[in-house]
Design a protein around this ligand. Structure first.
Ligand code: NA7
Length: 288
């Protein structure tokens, strides 16, 4: 049997947003046969022009593919893609072929990842939760991961096998908490410094020369200083991830006081926003 690792593997991609589009490009560049579906069909135009096949439903993508990838906004979006909007098995799960592999790279709850794993097991489909972009955090069977490593290699630089299904999502939520709190902390500190009459640029320069330096602030500090928040990682998605982290913490009885406070700050900015903003726009809480 041809392994999923083969460069000939037929790949299906569902979700062509900010992250899905470049994934599709990379798969085509690597020579994969690619079938795509997106709720808003026009977002598939560029990939179709480059050779991707456009399916009429998520189920059709699944039926045409050896390896299926999904990357959509949030748990409700993923559930409707997998189980169908009508709840009558019209979604992608019903189309997945026995022996095929399904990888979800959306950031959703670990509980949903485990529910999907169970539904896949019933159909003899191998499933990995693998959220991330360039670096993938993977939950699921080690052998399944091994079989799709060549595909992950097309999409990113590194991947980490973190445990059974749900483990990838758990680490991803923890990672995004750290990013959200770091940017929120810089925004607070900048509010203090600038209100005290000093230059925000000076704070950033000192900080990045000290033990407080951080990679995410190399990327995001310029946004905060300039007040420019073109979405790279949208604030609405970071807000969703903080909610998912708090939901998990509630389920397992862990207090996350700093995350709860930061979520309210992101919530305020999200509520006041009239456009799609990057999560670094948390600065608008202090300076709109
Ligand atoms: P985007 O750019 O907001 O794209 C979201 C994608 O999800 C896009 O393809 C949407 O389709 C799709 N979507 C959203 N809601 C639905 C529903 N209800 N049904 C079907 N499809 C839906 O997000 P990113 O690409 O940046 O991020 C994707 C994931 O990775 C997310 O979990 C992040 O946290 C990490 P549309 O084009 O709007 O029709």
């Amino acid at each position: 049997m041809e392994s999923a690792a083969s460069s000939k593997a037929k790949v299906g991609l569902i979700g062509l947003g900010l992250m899905g589009q470049p994934i599709g490009m990379n798969l085509l560049k690597a020579g994969h046969t690619l079938t795509v579906w997106n709720r808003t069909t026009s977002r598939a135009n560029e990939l179709v022009a480059l050779g991707a096949k456009l399916a009429t439903s998520p189920k059709e993508v699944a039926a045409a593919s050896d390896v299926v990838l999904t990357i959509v906004s949030d748990p409700p979006a993923l559930e409707s893609i997998l189980w169908g909007a009508d709840g009558k098995d019209s979604g992608a799960l019903a189309g997945l072929k026995p022996g095929s592999t399904y990888i979800d790279s959306s950031t959703v709850s670990p509980a949903l990842a485990r529910k999907i794993a169970a539904a896949c097991a019933e159909r003899s489909v191998r499933f990995l939760d693998a959220p991330g972009e360039l670096i993938f955090m993977v939950g699921g069977d080690a052998g399944t991961l091994k079989s799709v490593e060549p595909i992950l290699g097309v999409l990113g630089k590194r991947w980490f096998h973190l445990g059974p299904n749900g483990a990838g999502q758990t680490i991803k939520l923890a990672m995004n908490m750290i990013l959200a709190l770091q940017v929120d902390a810089l925004a607070e500190a900048l509010a203090l410094v600038t209100r005290a009459g000093l230059k925000g640029e000076d704070l950033v320069e000192v900080m990045q020369s000290s033990m407080a330096r951080s990679g995410v602030l190399d990327v995001k500090a310029p946004n905060l200083l300039k007040g420019e928040y073109k979405p790279s990682f949208p604030l609405r998605l970071m807000h969703k991830d903080l909610g998912l982290a708090l939901e998990l913490a509630n389920q397992i009885g862990v207090a996350l006081p700093a995350t709860a406070a930061a979520r309210e700050t992101y919530n305020y900015v999200k509520g006041a926003a009239k456009e799609d903003l990057d999560y670094s726009a948390v600065m608008k809480f202090w300076k709109s």
